[in-house]
Every structure is written in structure tokens, then in C-alpha cells.
Write a protein that binds this ligand. Structure first.
Ligand code: C2G
Length: 129
């Protein structure tokens, strides 16, 4: 079984996120999403999410491409996650291109093209939330 992992905040879930998850899952047989916790978002990513971790987790668990959701609590947990879950491929959007090449020592690293024209920031701006 080829296991894939990806990381993110996935706030205000939109089709750009779904495109990423669908393509990530298509690279293997099992997709784990490491979901940024509320604390990790505010302390490390300077992000205030519209939905709490529990609500973002519930949304992700309802997606057919997602097999397991775990918390992302630190920038430094990726190597441990890859070992613990026997991950074959790490996947993330190409806005991170090159940033996680150090993981190539542990698994395949794939950067997927971001879906243009959509982001949580854009949604908030357009809705003036
Ligand atoms: N994404 C995408 N297209 C968009 C928007 C997002 O492909 N239009 C992808 C991002 O590239 C990322 C995933 O969807 O792979 C989740 O996006 P975010 O929630 O913005 O994730 P980010 O804050 O980049 O968190 O340790 C890694 C970080 O947790 C990544």
C-alpha cells in the first residue's frame, strides 16, 4: 500500500484544496492529511482560521480522498510522521517548491501545481470577512 502525506491549514475548504487532495490521493492508495492545529496556525503561521481545528478536521474526514487526519503541531514533525506512518510520498502545493527537499532522504517529495485564482485569503477579501 502506497501511503501519501500532505500538510496544511485547509481553512474555508475550497476547490483548490480539493484539487490538491484528489491529485495527492491519486499518487497512492492511502492519504494522510496533517492538519495545522489552531495553536500552530496562530503561533507559527500567523493565521487566524475561520473554522476551528475540529471543524476543519470534520470537513476533511468527509472527503473521499482523505483516509486519515492527524494534527500538525510543529514545523519539525514531518520526518517523524514519515517514519511513524511509513510514508512513501510527501505532497504539497508548489508554493512550497524546494522548501521540503530535505525530506527526499526519507520519501519521495512531490510539489503539485496550485489551483490558480482561489485562496482562503481571496475568499475573505471578496466577502470582506
Ligand atoms: N492549495 C492549492 N491551490 C490553492 C490553494 C491551496 O493547491 N489555490 C494547496 C496548498 O499548496 C497546500 C494545500 O492546498 O498544499 C493547503 O493549503 P493551505 O491550507 O494554505 O496550507 P499551508 O498554509 O500552505 O500549510 O507544513 C506545511 C504547512 O502546514 C502548509
Amino acid at each position: 500500500m502506497k501511503k501519501i502525506i500532505t500538510y496544511g491549514t485547509f481553512d474555508m475548504l475550497h476547490y483548490g484544496h480539493i484539487n490538491l487532495l484528489q491529485r495527492a490521493r491519486a499518487l497512492g492508495d492511502y492519504l494522510i492529511v496533517a492538519l495545522s492545529t489552531d495553536e500552530f496556525n496562530s503561533v507559527e503561521k500567523d493565521k487566524v482560521t475561520y473554522f476551528s481545528y475540529e471543524k476543519r478536521k470534520k470537513l476533511l474526514e468527509a472527503i473521499r480522498y482523505v483516509d486519515l487526519v492527524i494534527p500538525e503541531q510543529s514545523w519539525d514533525q514531518k520526518i517523524q510522521d514519515i517514519k511513524e506512518f511509513r510514508i512513501d510520498t510527501f505532497v504539497i502545493g508548489d508554493d512550497w517548491k524546494g522548501k521540503f527537499d530535505f525530506l527526499k532522504e526519507y520519501c519521495e517529495v512531490v510539489y503539485l501545481e496550485r489551483t490558480p485564482e482561489i485562496s482562503t485569503t481571496k475568499i475573505k477579501r471578496d466577502l470582506r470577512i
